[in-house]
Structures are given as structure tokens and as C-alpha cells.
Design a protein around this ligand. Structure first.
Ligand code: ZN
Length: 436
């Protein structure tokens, strides 16, 4: 999730008039976006050129909206990914829904899932207005940094129980067999916005789903790291129980995010055989010594599939404490982190997703150029079969199509793919990400 504003459109790579036609007919997909932030735009979904939109819920106000859109436009047929619409015709099965609670709003949930003392007691809060205010102050003082004052606390919503949110999400996921958990994650840089003034509230964009930041300034308060991580891990565990993929936001604190993820798969790492061990097991087996060790390690693991989470071949999914497939959306860490996440011991399948909006748009030309250089390095480090592409935009229609086309073209240039190769490859990656 990014800040909601309408950015100026970046120019598509290449000379106007010289650009190859974009092969929408091969099924370009958006792995992460937020069109329910602008509900009036949903009407354009069936005629969009993108084949599938993966739409995220983030907070109390958009959970039901994602369900409404999914009920109308849910995508379910694997084969249909490769059979996109002829231009101009309407296609209704276009949405893969995701439900989750974003780290920017994680302070609004209180932990009632562990044995320890909860920061909020809903039973006391229901006794009187005064007690409710006390409970609210206790919770927000505990989970926000910088001692928020009474007026700020009073502007925040009544906290919601984590256990009831998880139960609600489980029900939604059971109703939609392809649904993901997202958007969830960790954000070290974000701070809470100041409360709306009456005037700002009256003049805000009425078409925008409430709860987002809008144009408000930021306070000094952030959500305590431990609290963010607790909310994140609870949702990752639910995905692991149900065998669903997740879409994860990570801004700064990449080490904290990695630690949170790896704490869940500790004890489940895949066994990595050295080449010598492999030869001992299978004397005369093909010698992999021409491969780099990293490549051959990955190959060994994929062939062995020690802790397979695949649901195909009619094997029932075995619940795990971590999600089987993880998309690091608008991935902003450097190429060293790509290598870290591709370590062959990691039992989850990690994908890296990129957007023009977050990865390639800077406030100045110099910033944009620096972003572009780092971006090229990261893209080159990503294995072809782990790249996903996305818009991360807040409004359905032409805008998402344009931004998608932009990021596809950029990544194809860096990877040396034709547009056809790029669309086919990322479609295949997406298919594996969603269907397992
Ligand atoms: Zn997002």
C-alpha cells in the first residue's frame, strides 16, 4: 500500500510510435492493488485490459468492500488466465481477493489470542463510556510510541479484537478458495497521521473509502515494532494453517521482517545436501560440478521437495506455521536481500513483486534515477520464476492498466525479455503463486 494520490503518469519506455504493441491478449496480471479505495471505479473492472487484479484489504473499512467485489468478479479458473478477452469485451471473472490487516492500522487491533495480559479489555469497556475511554487509553499508550495525548487517543477508533478479526478472515478465505492473506507486513518508517480537522473532513475526497491517510500530516507516533510483528505473525500463521499465499508489505526494517518470517519456519528448513553427500547417496548420479553451488543447491532442493506444501497430485495440504507462498510486494530491499530470501533451506516459496508507483517513482528526477539503478540491480538478482508485477494503485480502470504496462515494459528491458516472454513468464509465476 502506498500513499494515496494520483501521481503524474511516467512515460512508457521507448519512443512513441516505435514501441511494440503491448500483448495484453497473453494475460497480464496485477499481483497487488487497492481499487476498493475508490469504489466508483469498480464498474470499469470487466473492461480493463489486465486479466486479473489481486485486490487487498488493509483495515476495518475495506474488508467488506473486497468481499463485495469478489462476490461479483471472483476469478477461479486456472485455464482462463491464458484465455483473455478480445478487446472491448467485458470479462467478469477478474478478481483474486485478499484479506488482511496492514501494519499502518495494526494499532487498531488488540491481542486477545495469547495468555498474557491484553492491552484492552472489551468486557470492561462495555460497562461505561468512562471505562471504555480508560481501556482505549491503556491500549493505545501501550502500542503507540511517544505517549499519545488524550485528544489524539480520543480521535482513534475503538480497538478491535485480533481473535475476531482472524476468525472473520478465516471464514472469508474458506468462502473463496483462491483468496490470499494481504496486505500484511512491517513498516518501520510509517507514523500515524494527525486527526482530520472538521474542515478537512468536509472537503475530503468523498469518493475515497474512509480510513486512509488522505493528505494529512504525520504525527511522531508509530506503532511499536513488537505489536506490528505480533499482528503480522498471527496472520502469517493463519495463512500457514489454510495453505494460502500472502502479500507482504515491508518498508525499512528488512531484517525485522526477515526475522519475523524465519521465526515461523524455524525447525522446518529444507535439508540441503552437499554435492558430496548427494554422490554418496546416488553413486554415479549426474555430476553437478558445472553449476555454481547456489544453482545446484536450488536444483537439489526443488527436485527433492523435502517439505512439499503442494496441494496438487491430490495430496492434502499439511498445515504449517508459515505460509507456503510469500509475495514481498513492491519489494524495496536491495539485491543482497534477494539472495537471502532465495537460500535453499527456506521452506516457503518467496516471490518478489514490483510496481512503478513504489519502486520507480521518486520526488525528483535524481531520486528517480537512483531508484532506477537500484531497481535494475534487484531485478537482475531475482530469479525469472519469482518475479511478479503490480500497480499498487487505488483506482481501477485505465490508470492501473497504464501503470502495469509501464512496469512490465521496464522489467522486460532489464531482463532482456520480449514483451511476450515477460507477460508469459509473469503469468506463469502468478499462476504458481496463487494456485500452488
Ligand atoms: Zn499495497
Amino acid at each position: 500500500m502506498c500513499q494515496d494520490h494520483t501521481p503524474p503518469r511516467p512515460q512508457l519506455p521507448g519512443e512513441e510510435g516505435q514501441r511494440a504493441e503491448f500483448p495484453w491478449q497473453l494475460g497480464a496480471v496485477d499481483a497487488h492493488c487497492h481499487p476498493t479505495d475508490t469504489m466508483a471505479s469498480i464498474v470499469s473492472v470487466p473492461t480493463m485490459r489486465a486479466r486479473v487484479l489481486t485486490i487487498m484489504a488493509t483495515r476495518s473499512q475495506d474488508q467488506d468492500l473486497v468481499a463485495q467485489v469478489a462476490a461479483r468478479h471472483s476469478f477461479s479458473d486456472r485455464a482462463a488466465l491464458a484465455t483473455p478477452p478480445t478487446e472491448g469485451s467485458a470479462v467478469t471473472d477478474k478478481i483474486v481477493p485478499a484479506w488482511g490487516w496492514h501494519p499502518w492500522f495494526s494499532h487498531q487491533l488488540y491481542d486477545d489470542t495469547s495468555d498474557g495480559h491484553s492491552t484492552y479489555d472489551g468486557s470492561l469497556a462495555s460497562t461505561s463510556e468512562e471505562e471504555k475511554a480508560n481501556q482505549q487509553a491503556r491500549h493505545y499508550t501501550a502500542v503507540l510510541s511517544g505517549n499519545p495525548d488524550a485528544a489524539f487517543i480520543a480521535s482513534l477508533p475503538e480497538p478491535k479484537s485480533l481473535s475476531s478479526f482472524l476468525a472473520e478472515t478465516r471464514r472469508r478465505l474458506e468462502e473463496f478458495p483462491l483468496a490470499l492473506i494481504g496486505e500484511i507486513g512491517f513498516d518501520k518508517g510509517f507514523r500515524l497521521p494527525v486527526p482530520w480537522t472538521e474542515e478537512e473532513w468536509a472537503n475530503r475526497n468523498q469518493g475515497e473509502t474512509p480510513g486512509a491517510r488522505g493528505n494529512r500530516a504525520l504525527t511522531k507516533h508509530h506503532v511499536e515494532q513488537d505489536h506490528q510483528v505480533m499482528i503480522l505473525k498471527a496472520q502469517l500463521r493463519l495463512a500457514g494453517q489454510l495453505g494460502r499465499a500472502v502479500s507482504v508489505h515491508g518498508v525499512q526494517g528488512h531484517g525485522i521482517l526477515f526475522d519475523a518470517l524465519s521465526s515461523l519456519w524455524k525447525g522446518y528448513e529444507k535439508e540441503v545436501l552437499s554435492r558430496r553427500q548427494q554422490r554418496r547417496i546416488a553413486p554415479g548420479a549426474e555430476d553437478f560440478s558445472d553449476f555454481s553451488s547456489e544453482e545446484s543447491d536450488r536444483e537439489d532442493i526443488e527436485n527433492r521437495d523435502v517439505n512439499s506444501n503442494k496441494t496438487e497430485n491430490s495430496q492434502p495440504y499439511k498445515p504449517m506455521p508459515f505460509p507456503p507462498r510469500i509475495c514481498l510486494h513492491s519489494f524495496s530491499a536491495d539485491d543482497g536481500w534477494v539472495k537471502q530470501y532465495m537460500r535453499p533451506q527456506i521452506p516457503a516459496r518467496i516471490y518478489f513483486s514490483f510496481s512503478t508507483e513504489v519502486n520507480l517513482t521518486g520526488p525528483t528526477d535524481a531520486k528517480t534515477q537512483a531508484l532506477g539503478e537500484k531497481f535494475a540491480q534487484v531485478i537482475k538478482a531475482c530469479p525469472d520464476d519469482r518475479i511478479l508485477l503490480e500497480s499498487d494503485l487505488h483506482v481501477a480502470g485505465e490508470e492501473i492498466d497504464y501503470y502495469l504496462e509501464h512496469i512490465y515494459r521496464k522489467v522486460c528491458l532489464i531482463k532482456g525479455w520480449t514483451l511476450e516472454q515477460g507477460v508469459r513468464q509473469t503469468r506463469k509465476n502468478y499462476e504458481e503463486f496463487i494456485f500452488g
